[in-house]
Design a protein around this ligand. Sequence first.
Ligand code: ADP
Length: 414
Amino acid sequence: MNVLVLNCGSSSVKFQLIATDLDLIAKNADRKLARGMIERIGGEAIITFRAEGRPPQRFASAVRDHRAAVDQILRWSCSTEANIDAIRSVADIHAVGHRVVHGGERFTRSLLITDEVLRGIEDCIDLAPLHNPANIRGIMAAREILGPGVPQVAVFDTAFHQTLPEHAYLYAIPYQLYRRHRIRRYGFHGTSHRYVAYRYRTLRGIAREQTDIITLHLGNGCSATAIKRGQSVDTSMGLTPLEGLVMGTRSGDIDPAIVDFLAAKEGLTTQEVEMLLNKQSGLLGISGLTNDMRELLDEAREHDDRRARLAIEIFCYRARKYIGAYLAAMGGADAVVFTGGIGENSPDVRARICAGLEWMGLELDQEQNLAHTNGREGLISRDGARLAAYVIPTDEELLIARDTVRCVLAAEEH
Ligand code: ADP
C-alpha cells in the first residue's frame, strides 16, 4: 500500500510517501519513496521535493493555501520528473495518514477519518488553536483532491499519553476547571515516544510489558516521557507544548506568576507574554544568539561565549532533573533513550545530561557515545550499566504510515 503521510502546520506542509503493508511491517522493510516540504504557504512558497536516492529539488513558487500545497505535492509525486516507480498516477496513492496535533481526551489511538472523527478533531480546536485547523485543512484538501474513496487516517500526537494516570495528568488547580475546560496534561510528541519505545523493545527482543524506559525527544521542541510496562505514565509537555524541558525557543517550566509579573513590568498583554515564552525564550532567549543547538555548541567551543555555554548548561540541567524525577516516579527504569535532532546527533549534549548520574548506574561508553550520530541506532552506555543509555533515531512518518495501513485493513475486515 502506498501511503501519503501529511504533516500540515499553519503555513507549511511536510510529506513522505511510504510503501508498506503488514508483511513489510513485520520484516521492518517498509520503503520510503519520497519526501518534501512546502514552507511559507500563502505567499511565495519555498518547495523542497526529494525522490529517494536522488538529490533534492528546491525552488520557489506561489502556493495559495493548503489545498494548493497538497495538489502540488500530488502532481509532483506522479510526474516523470519525480520518476517514482511505484507511483504513476494518483490512483497509485492508496491511503493518506495525517499527523494531528491534538486529540484531547477523546482519541486514544489512530483512527480512520469519518465525519464523526473530523467533528472530534474540530472539537479539540480550542485546545490547539494553531495546529488543529491546519490539520483539518490538510484532511479536507486530500479528500477533495483524491476523492472520498481514498481512506484517510488521523494519528494523534496526544494519543500515546492517554494512559497517564490521574495523579500525573491533573494540575493542582480547582478540580471544576478540569471539568469545565478540560485543563490537564495531555503531552505531545506521542508518536515519536511510541516509535522509539517500539524500536527499543525490538532491539532488546523484549515484550511491550517489559519496556521500562525514559525517552528524551530533543529537537526544536523537547519532551521527556516516562514509559512503564510499555505505557506512557508521565510526560513533560502539558496542556500545550510549552511546559517541561528547555527548547529551541520555548521556556519550558516557569513559575506561572511570571506571566502576570512580566505583563505588568513590560506593558504586555498575557497573549504577548505567551508569545514571548513560545518564540523568544529557551536556547534563543538565554543565549541571545540562536535556537540552534549545533550553532550554540560551535559558539561555546570556538569563542567560549558565556551565554551560549549557559544556554547549553540550563538545557542539560533541566533534562537531567527530569530523568531523576521520572526514575523516582516509575520506581526505576532500565534505560534512557535519546532521540530528536539533538538527542540523535550530539554526543556532547548527551554526555552533559548524563554527567553525575553514575551513582544511579548510568555510565556512558565514551567511544560508543561518539560513534552514535547521523542516524546510527544503538547502545551508548558501558556494558552492564544498571541504567542503560541508547540512541534511537525517531521516525514519526513511518509510524503514521504503519498506523494508516493497520486502520485501513481493520476497516476493510468489517
Ligand atoms: P524538529 O523538532 O523541528 O523536528 P529536529 O529534531 O531536526 O527538529 O532538531 C533540531 C535541533 O537538532 C536543532 O537544535 C539542531 O541544532 C540540532 N542538531 C542537529 N544536528 C546536530 C548536531 N550534530 N549537534 C548538535 N545539535 C544538532
